[in-house]
Design a protein around this ligand. Structure first.
Ligand code: ADP
Length: 328
């Protein structure tokens, strides 16, 4: 039990949205009520704070949202908050609303903003990692990753049905500008022939060898899952290069895009968001600040925000290895 109760906590979602953010807001609001602390919602992230877009939140304000994708508080990317002047206006809104601390649900960009804000104005905050990319240091999983993974896997399964019917090679792009977590996870789960991710140096020769092996092994379709941030090329460039090498192949491209961001959060994401939301409130009431709450080996952990924004979650080498073994 926290030792002292702060009077009013603000909660906002910022940066890219992810499924499970609503469940995290709900957990924050209800934990505040449980610990008899007022909770105020801030619309549209830091941009909304600058424009003083706030609302009182009680336990009933967050009913029926645990199962909804997106974020009912809305989110935004705020250029103004990146300026000292914008942050000064936002600090004024914090004082006007008598907010004692902030809970920021978002990605590393949002944590960078919150860190600047804390250093300049001393406003305590706790970060809650919400992004489908799973690339944040200090937690095994980020809120939204599991849902995005399942969405990508289901979409690839459907594409596989069509690929198999026509003896096709499919290049499928999944989200992850800087990280290959969604590609690696959904690729393994859907039996992809190759998984191309930015964390590993890939080559066209290796890709062509793999396609040749797939053909020689008698497989009647090949799925190549490509992360958005793959350095070898985007899906169209890779498909063109492959067509040049193997003109006889029937090659198709599919970009999964924003469907990976939406949809009902998975059970795992709802539980993760619920745990982290409560942990964030308990941490701030315990006078912690400048930290991110996360889950490691199924335990709640706190990581200094400095570390969370500097380091990145590493891809699991063992997963890379098994992805190679299982396509035999
Ligand atoms: P995410 O949180 O999903 O990584 P962004 O990188 O877009 O998303 O960051 C969200 C918002 O956080 C930005 O629009 C901006 O308002 C704020 N922000 C990001 N980086 C900084 C920074 N270095 N200084 C101040 N604010 C920042």
């Amino acid at each position: 039990m926290p030792d002292k109760i702060l009077k009013k906590i603000g909660v906002l979602t910022s940066g890219g949205d992810s499924p499970g953010m609503n469940a995290a807001i709900r957990a924050v609001v209800r934990a505040c009520a449980y610990y008899k602390t007022q909770c105020i919602g801030i619309h549209r992230g830091f941009e909304g704070l600058i424009h003083n877009e706030t609302c009182e939140l009680g336990p009933r304000s967050v009913r029926h949202i645990i199962n909804k994708g997106g974020t009912f508080l809305k989110t935004a990317r705020s250029e103004k908050f990146k300026t000292a002047e914008g942050r000064k206006i936002a600090a004024g809104a914090v004082v006007d609303n008598q907010i004692d601390g902030l809970i920021i649900i978002g990605g590393d960009g949002s944590f960078r903003g919150a860190k600047d804000f804390y250093e300049e104005f001393g406003i305590p905050f706790i970060g809650v990692p919400g992004t489908i990319d799973n690339d944040i240091f200090g937690t095994d999983f980020t809120i939204g990753y599991d849902t995005a993974l399942n969405t990508a896997m289901e979409a690839i399964d459907r594409i596989r049905d069509s690929a198999t019917s026509h003896n096709r090679v499919f290049f499928i792009e999944v989200m992850g500008r800087d990280a290959g977590f969604i590609a690696l996870g959904s690729g393994i789960a859907s039996g992809a022939q190759e998984i191309l991710i930015p964390e590993r140096k890939d080559s066209l020769d290796d890709l062509f060898d793999s396609l040749k092996r797939s053909e020689q092994a008698g497989k009647n379709s090949s799925i190549i899952v490509v992360s958005e941030g793959e350095e070898l090329g985007n899906v169209y460039e890779l498909a063109n290069a492959t067509k040049e090498k193997f003109p006889e192949y029937d090659i198709r491209v599919s970009v999964l895009g924003y469907i990976q961001r939406g949809g009902h959060p998975s059970c795992m994401d709802r539980i993760l968001a619920s745990r982290l939301g409560v942990a964030a409130v308990e941490a701030i009431l315990d006078h912690k600040t400048n930290i991110m709450v996360g889950l490691k080996s199924n335990r709640i952990v706190q990581t200094p925000i400095e570390e969370a924004v500097k380091k990145h979650n590493e891809i699991d080498i063992e997963l890379l290895k098994i992805s190679k073994i299982l396509v035999i």
